[in-house]
Ligand binder design. Structure first.
Ligand code: ZN
Ligand code: ZN
Length: 174
């Protein structure tokens, strides 16, 4: 979906779009969109500067930090972004009227704001840094890679070398 700048009224226009399950890709090897993704918002224009604010609802599947199993996360992201034409990228900082402190500044090309790209970026920014399939996930065995949620593997527990144990004691005393 694109917002054509020429046709955008200066008073602003509302927009909404629902992406089907395969319509939008996050283009990220660790995050996958599941089901439908909704975006809605309002675009405003001041000459060639555009501000877009709104909300995204999506379900994203990422890999569990410990066991790499799939974890689905429902996201609701509010965004507020400002766009100027790519050609003006050079003189950016001096005079962008729509820019506010909390506003992310982006560029548009070919006379239109790429909403797909905006949605993709906003979702990736909103993803939690660490995600566990559940709090008590036991992860993978560091030796054989078996998923320890499924069952214990046959690797022997590493015995603690007494010298390391003594060092650990020393650290605790510090
Ligand atoms: Zn896990
Ligand atoms: Zn193992």
């Amino acid at each position: 979906m694109r917002i054509e700048i020429d046709r955008l009224a200066e008073t602003g226009e509302s927009f909404a779009h629902t992406y089907g399950p395969d319509e939008l890709s996050l283009e990220d090897e660790y995050a996958l969109l599941k089901g439908e993704t909704h975006v809605s918002g309002r675009a405003r224009r001041k000459r060639d500067e555009v501000s877009v604010s709104g909300e995204i609802k999506a379900t994203v599947e990422v890999a569990c930090d410990r066991c790499a199993g799939p974890v689905a996360t429902a996201l609701e992201v509010e965004f507020n972004a400002a766009f100027i034409p790519r050609e003006r990228a050079a003189g950016v900082t001096e005079n962008v009227e729509l820019q506010e402190e909390d506003l992310a500044l982006s560029y548009y090309e070919d006379g239109a704001v790429d909403v797909d790209e905006l949605v993709r970026e906003q979702i990736l920014l909103a993803l939690p840094l660490r995600q566990l399939c559940r709090e008590e996930c036991r992860g993978l065995c560091p030796t054989c890679g078996k998923d320890l949620n499924v069952g214990q593997c046959s690797c022997r527990q590493r015995e603690v070398d007494p010298r390391w144990a003594a060092l650990a004691d020393l650290k605790r005393e510090e």
